[in-house]
Write a protein that binds this ligand. Structure first.
Ligand code: HEC
Length: 452
């Protein structure tokens, strides 16, 4: 990603830490959103394949509900998908600057695929509503044969579009999320990147595969939970709009699907933590892993209770637990990333320091400030005191003639010449012009002639 690399400003240590927090925050939004939309559209497609072509069947209706949630409105994919993805690209580009990593590039690829998927899924959702409309119209007593035929043919072509938008939407989404997951896993595999083709590593590393399976089951769990929350949260009006029988079906389906998928997550959670490279492992990852596991156990308990007693009383607590789970789940991987990029961090800070010094120098502010006092104490004090003769003459005697002409004094210090026959010649001190000038200024200001 030379293009991105050229547009990076070197970051100071503080900024890098800040960027890491921003990245974590971004992923706390992005991972759950991508996961949810993947889960909802997968379930929708599955139910649609299961149910009859069109009509009022419960499969069909729930498929429509999931499609509606997945493509809730047009601004959601922008706010929770596109913007955080761009922010992630930006953060990774900064944090992996100079490492030659392709992670930001892969994330951009994933973003493009996601946009296509979001468009298709929005069409998929609309095609449900159109199909319903045509089904309804088909039932009406319409006299004109022509209209009837037209309605039938539209319904038919709608059906075709319906099937394909959903299918391709899900395919694009799966590829987009796979590359996304691969890229964020790749970012932590700093030890392997150098020696391998990183796109293959992204696609086939054990990290990516285990994380992605986790992600998919999380997706199903999350979509089921959101559906439950949508219908059964205490303040929801939604339940009143549907038949008792359908509400019962939504409850049973979402609770059991959610429960089964969340029970599979721990297996891949453990596998993913164990698959992490040594460079990424620290105690905090294990700790976060155990915490996440614990939250899952509590969550599945709540789901089990609700399923067994056939109610949805714990839906608010379950939602809260899920949110907590998602935050820790994402943080755990960012710990791994931070640990794995420790060397990279040091390199970036060093690079910043060099660039910063160059930048200051450009404006004449550069370099270290040379202190005349330091040079005097380091180099001259061995032979000179202000008021006593040592090897050389006391400054209080020799400096009055340089009063008002610091440059001349600096010149002498730079290239000492023989002056007073009572003393040996002063050896050259090997100072730079700026240093000679600084020490000259210092001694001129400090000495005390009798008259001063
Ligand atoms: C190794 C001893 C030695 C060191 C170190 C030394 N000087 Fe001298 N310096 C002398 C001697 C000896 C003279 C007298 C030389 C002469 O008169 O020819 C002298 C003379 C001078 C004079 C008087 C020149 C004049 O016009 O009479 C100045 C000013 C001076 N030194 C500044 C410095 C400064 C500033 C440093 C530190 C960067 C320094 N010296 C380090 C030995 C030293």
């Amino acid at each position: 990603m030379d293009f991105l690399d050229n547009h990076i400003l070197p970051q100071s240590a503080h900024h890098i830490v800040l960027l890491r927090y921003i990245l974590m925050l971004t992923l706390v939004i992005l991972v759950p959103y991508l996961s949810f939309i993947t889960g909802a559209s997968l379930i929708s497609l599955f139910l649609r394949k299961k149910g009859p072509e069109a009509g009022e069947g419960k499969y069909y209706k729930l498929a429509k509900d999931f499609a509606d949630l997945a493509a809730f409105n047009k601004s959601l994919p922008l706010a929770l998908g596109v913007v955080p993805m761009l922010s992630a690209v930006f953060c990774y580009a900064q944090l992996l600057h100079l490492s030659g990593s392709s992670v930001p590039g892969y994330l951009l690829l994933s973003l493009i695929l996601f946009l296509v998927a979001a468009g298709l899924l929005s069409l998929y959702k609309h095609s449900f509503h159109f199909t319903d409309l045509f089904t309804y119209l088909g039932k009406e007593e319409i006299k004109s044969e022509e209209y009837k035929r037209e309605i039938a043919s539209y319904k038919f072509s709608m059906g075709g579009m319906f099937a394909s938008t959903g299918f391709y939407g899900v395919i694009f989404l799966l590829v987009a999320t796979y590359i996304f997951v691969g890229a964020i896993q790749l970012a932590s595999q700093t030890d392997k990147v150098a020696e391998a083709n990183d796109f293959l590593l992204l696609l086939f590393s054990f990290d990516t595969i285990t994380y992605y399976i986790q992600f998919l089951f999380l997706a199903i769990t999350l979509a089921s939970l959101v559906m439950l929350y949508y219908y059964f949260r205490p303040s929801s009006e939604q339940k009143k709009l549907v038949s008792e029988e359908y509400a019962e079906y939504v409850k049973k389906f979402s609770l059991s699907t959610g429960l089964v998928s969340m029970l599979i997550i721990p297996i891949f959670l453990v596998a993913n933590i164990l698959s992490k490279s040594d460079v990424a492992l620290t105690g905090s990852i294990f700790f976060a892993g155990i915490f996440v596991f614990f939250l899952l156990v509590m969550l599945s308990n709540l789901f089990y209770l609700m399923l067994r007693n056939n109610h949805t009383k714990h839906i608010t607590s379950a939602t809260f637990l899920m949110l907590l789970f998602l935050v820790v789940f994402v943080m755990k991987d960012q710990f791994a990333f931070n640990t794995a990029t420790k060397d990279q961090y040091i390199q970036l800070v060093e690079n910043y320091e060099i660039k910063h010094a160059e930048f200051l120098a450009e404006f004449g502010l550069g370099g270290e400030v040379i202190s005349g006092a330091d040079i005097y104490n380091g180099k001259c004090v061995a032979c000179h005191q202000f008021d006593k003769k040592v090897v050389g003459p006391p400054y209080n005697e020799t400096l009055p003639k340089y009063e008002g002409d610091v440059d001349k004094l600096a010149n002498f210090i730079l290239n000492p010449v023989k002056i007073n026959p009572e003393y040996p010649a002063m050896p050259n001190q090997g100072l730079k012009p700026a240093e000679a000038k600084a020490v000259a200024e210092y001694i001129i200001q400090t000495y005390q002639p009798e008259a001063k």
